[in-house]
Design a protein around this ligand. Structure first.
Ligand SMILES: [Zn+2]
Length: 208
């Protein structure tokens, strides 16, 4: 989910786009790990794909309750505690590698799937976050990789980042379409891809 925005107009566009990036993670994780007729497994995969962004949704809801402006929300409060620590924990390769190791040792297959899906989310985020990068190696290091390609910020090659994300979702959607033959999953897929495409078009037309 995108944490940085300044002017209100672009803020409105971005608030609409933010959850889209999270859904892209769900589609990618499902393409990698889901199986037909395995609802518990697939639920674990979806949960793992959502966990890294969960604190952002809570933060955003809290900001609405508090009535903070877009500027205060993203340029001030976002950088304060507890949000920075929550973001670091839920986006840490170290944390989820630890959970994966533990679940393999204890033979908890569903927990292992949650951890793998979360690791996949973090791995996809890693090359596509510029000045909004997370501390992916917390608690070992506070280092942030500020990629030259943002998945949204036009000032940091965001159009290319959005294109990479959209192509990735397209490929993942094709894989899932071929794997799931029922009407409902296919309808959901078509809907998700249409949303991704709409978000990408909005990103292209958004001039900062
Ligand atoms: Zn994320």
């Amino acid at each position: 989910m995108r944490p940085v925005l300044s002017p209100l107009a672009s803020g409105q566009v971005l608030c609409g786009l933010g959850p889209m990036n999270t859904l892209a993670h769900v589609v990618v994780a499902c393409a990698a790990l889901s199986r037909p007729q395995a609802p518990r497994r697939n639920l674990a995969v979806v949960a793992g794909a959502l966990i890294p962004d969960a604190s952002m949704f809570v933060f955003f809801a809290w900001s609405r309750i508090q009535g903070w402006s877009g500027d205060e929300t993203w340029n001030v409060r976002y950088w304060m505690e507890p949000w920075q620590s929550l973001g670091a924990v839920s986006n840490s390769f170290i944390v989820f590698s630890g959970i994966l190791a533990l679940s393999l040792w204890r033979k908890w297959p569903l927990v292992a799937l949650v951890a793998i899906a979360a690791l996949l989310h973090i791995a996809v985020d890693f090359p596509l976050h510029a000045d909004d990068a997370h501390r992916h190696f917390w608690p070992v290091s506070d280092w942030r990789f500020n990629s030259p390609i943002s998945y949204w910020d036009p000032a940091q090659n965001g159009r290319m980042g959005g294109l990479i994300e959209t192509i990735t979702v397209l490929v993942a959607s094709i894989i899932l379409w071929r794997r799931f033959h029922n009407f409902r999953p296919r309808l959901m897929l078509a809907l998700l891809f249409a949303l991704q495409l709409a978000a990408f078009v909005a990103l292209l037309s958004w001039v900062r």
